[in-house]
Design a protein around this ligand. Structure first.
Ligand SMILES: [Zn+2]
Length: 173
């Protein structure tokens, strides 16, 4: 069976801040019984808590995964078909643009890595480009709901806790 993860991704100015925000979000979820207080040693996930909703009891691999290091949150087997430029909004095919180099630079620590648009020739921050068909995100804090589908109320509460710059990525593997 394939797994799906609904990621909430934040780019904190430092990894230290990512740890602080991650810990505080985890405490918030534990307090509301959305997740259990202890990490499950077998799956490496925080299992659904007593008041959790939106998951299937029949699915074994289910819970919240917390990532607190620089990570490319990609869409998994949805692949990458094209990229939309933040300046002109034109979509270029993935093979018309050297996106992998910019991603490598960002991953190596260059926060302001840019991509050049073959249409309008403008350079745009990697963060501002839209990856298609499913969005990607670049950050050092990721809260992933594995095989768990948070409802709109839950999504809005998470976004309120994590801040307005949170990106959402739906990954299928
Ligand atoms: Zn452009």
């Amino acid at each position: 069976m394939s797994d799906s993860i609904h990621w909430f991704v934040v780019t904190c100015p430092s990894d230290e801040q990512a740890h602080v925000l991650g810990r505080s979000l985890l405490d918030w979820m534990i307090e509301r019984k959305i997740v259990a207080a202890q990490l499950c040693p077998r799956s490496g996930l925080y299992l659904p808590g007593d008041d959790a909703q939106g998951f299937d009891h029949g699915i074994d691999y289910c819970g919240v995964q917390l990532v607190q290091e620089r990570t490319v949150f990609h869409a998994g087997d949805c692949g990458l078909e094209g990229l939309a430029c933040p300046s002109c909004r034109q979509v270029s095919a993935a093979d018309e643009i050297v996106w992998d180099e910019a991603v490598d630079k960002w991953f190596a620590g260059q926060d302001d890595a840019t991509l050049n648009c073959p249409v309008c020739l403008q350079a745009g921050r990697l963060h501002d480009w839209q990856f298609l068909p499913m969005p990607w995100a670049f950050g050092n804090l990721g809260v992933g709901f594995c095989n768990w589908w948070p409802d709109e109320v839950m999504i809005q509460s998470l976004l309120a806790e994590l801040g307005p710059d949170t990106r959402q990525v739906r990954q299928h593997m």
